[in-house]
Unconditional design. Structure first.
Lengths: 237, 215
């Protein structure tokens, strides 16, 4: 079954209570992300990018509102169901790569497949294919410590795709990389998005991301400031 | 759009063998800290064994069977100190791996899988510490015998092979064997008990919080 919208949020809000003060990290976000879209969420630090990322990724629970992933309201799921959702429906890419340091590139990519119960031979085959697809076919048995930042991020991208997720969430994927490597990673994400039809949502303030995004959502103080499609951005430039 | 699930939640797997492999690799990666933790276990268990063996030797030489009560207290305190040491070291291990724990949870790990990984580590450390502690304890007892009594070789032979009264169920076995079993069991139990709180704390971490943590 195919779903028109991979991600949908309804009046999504997250408040943090600090003594007397209420910090509204997100305040009434309504968002629809279509299957196969490449969406960037932009905004200054503290605008709620990461909080939104955590909400869509099922890593944190909203104070109010709903998040639908493939038309299922994930705020209703229990811990077990959330864990399955994270394993099967969502791929994560982080600013700091977050590979498991004691495992090789191949084992890191295989890890999400262990959780969903893919047989070993299939795991090895798929992980090898994915690593080759991101250009690391010759680095399968290297540990993260033996790889450069760009290479580590490629492993993380391969890992995010391991279970063919409905959506790949990337939180500042180029934040720890130099200009050139960052551009390579962005182009890789765009290629995967076009060729495999992977839905990608990135939270970023990397302006290089604008060129490849279908839509850019600007956040400010926990609210959507404006949404631009790529056509509009190009006109502005 | 419906609020009911239109796709089915499946099962999550994490075979023990995979958890064990990650635990072993983690110990190898952080070898020095694991070695210090193991040293704590070794000291406690070696003390236990030397005490037991020396009193076995004394019982053969002086026909005095009982171990003085204060020695039991000493033993208890030393094992307690050893347990606190392991807890402390495991808490640091958890703090070091906040991000790893958060990542594992993002990939689909359940709380109990995180618990399993840390408990696996504690079992390996416990078993290793138990065996090494036993060996060092026996060596200490043999040195004691050779330094302080006449005709040590035969006395040690008798003391080590006579049935031990320490553990009721194992009294058929020669004391060197029953002590080995006691050492490993106690070391693994001690190590697991000391790891329980840190491991539980790690398992309960919320993924968003664990990821936010900067080391």
């Amino acid at each position: 079954m195919r779903y028109e919208y991979t991600v949908e949020t309804e009046d999504l809000a997250k408040y943090y209570y600090m003594g007397k003060y209420v910090i509204k990290a997100l305040d009434g976000i309504n968002l629809k992300i279509r299957r196969g879209e490449y969406v960037s969420i932009m905004g200054p630090s503290g605008s709620g990018k990461t909080t939104l990322f955590n909400m869509i990724g099922g890593l944190d629970r909203p104070t109010r509102g709903k998040v639908y992933i493939d038309e299922v309201d994930i705020s209703k799921l229990d811990a077990y169901e959330l864990a399955w959702l994270r394993a099967r429906k969502i791929g994560y890419i982080f600013q700091t790569f977050n590979l498991i340091p004691v495992l090789t590139a191949l084992e890191n990519v295989m890890l999400p497949m262990i959780f969903v119960g893919t047989p070993r031979e299939q795991r090895i085959k798929k992980a090898t294919e994915l690593l080759s697809a991101v250009g690391l076919g010759d680095r399968l048995h290297h540990k993260p410590g033996e790889l450069s930042g760009g290479q580590q991020q490629r492993v993380a991208i391969a890992r995010a795709l391991a279970n063919d997720p409905a959506i790949v969430l990337a939180d500042e994927p180029t934040g720890n990389l130099d200009l050139h490597t960052g551009l390579e990673i962005i182009n890789l994400l765009r290629t995967l998005n076009k060729e495999k039809g992977v839905t990608i949502v990135t939270a970023t303030h990397d302006l290089k991301m604008i060129d490849v995004s279908d839509r850019i959502i600007y956040l400010r103080d926990g609210k959507i400031d404006r949404i631009e499609t790529r056509a509009e951005v190009t006109v502005e430039l | 759009m419906s609020s009911e699930g239109s796709w089915k939640i499946g099962e999550i797997h994490f075979p023990l063998s995979e958890a064990f492999k990650i635990s072993i690799e983690s110990i190898r990666k952080r070898f020095v800290r694991a070695a210090i933790t193991t040293a704590a276990v070794i000291l406690g268990i070696a003390f236990l064994n030397s005490l037991m063996m020396m009193s076995a030797i004394n019982s053969v030489v002086y026909k005095q069977a009982a171990t003085p009560a204060y020695q039991w207290w000493l033993l208890f305190i030393s094992l307690l100190v050893c347990g606190v040491g392991i807890t402390n070291s495991m808490l640091i291990a958890v703090a070091e791996r906040y991000k790893e724990i958060g990542t594992m949870k993002c990939l689909g790990a359940l709380d109990r899988h995180i618990l399993l990984m840390f408990l696996n580590e504690s079992i390996v450390i416990g078993a290793l510490g138990g065996i090494l502690g036993y060996i060092f304890g026996v060596i200490a007892a043999v040195i004691y015998a050779f330094v302080s009594i006449k005709n040590p070789a035969s006395i040690v032979g008798v003391a080590f092979t006579q049935p031990s009264q320490i553990i009721p169920g194992l009294s058929v076995l020669p004391s060197f064997l029953s002590l080995l079993i006691l050492s490993i069991t106690l070391a693994v139990f001690l190590s697991m008990a000391a790891t329980l709180y840190p491991a539980y704390y790690a398992a309960k971490l919320k993924p968003a919080e664990a990821l936010r943590y900067e080391v």
